[in-house]
Design a protein around this ligand. Structure first.
Ligand code: SF4
Ligand code: SF4
Length: 100
């Protein structure tokens, strides 16, 4: 699985334009199922805090996010909302970790 993700990461491309919407992950609601990771076409999401009782999903590669919303659609507990505040969301993923 990791090898597959790594090979996908090598072939993915950064979007040319900023997406119109961006995922806003809410770690306090996340149940760590990993469904959002499975559906992300650009492998932007990973589990954070594997040493925790419940690891949470987080956008680790915001530069590759195309704003498709698949992560939000996949989350059955609504822990991912799409936001139009794209710059703010990107800055959050680049400067903060979950629960900060
Ligand atoms: S919006 Fe799409 S590309 Fe961005 S993290 Fe979610 S599934 Fe991945
Ligand atoms: S789909 Fe939702 S609950 Fe599952 S890991 Fe992603 S954000 Fe967390």
């Amino acid at each position: 699985m990791n090898a597959m993700i790594n090979s996908e990461k090598k072939t993915r491309k950064k979007p040319k334009k900023l997406p119109k919407q961006f995922p806003w992950f809410m770690p306090f609601m996340c149940e760590g199922c990993g469904d959002c990771i499975d559906v992300c076409p650009n492998s932007c999401v990973e589990m954070f805090g594997l040493d925790r009782k419940v690891p949470v999903a987080w956008v680790v590669d915001p530069d590759y996010c195309i704003g498709c919303g698949k992560c939000s659609d996949a989350c059955i507990v609504s822990a991912v909302q799409m936001t139009a505040y794209v710059d703010k969301a990107i800055e959050r993923y680049k400067t903060k970790k979950p629960f900060q």
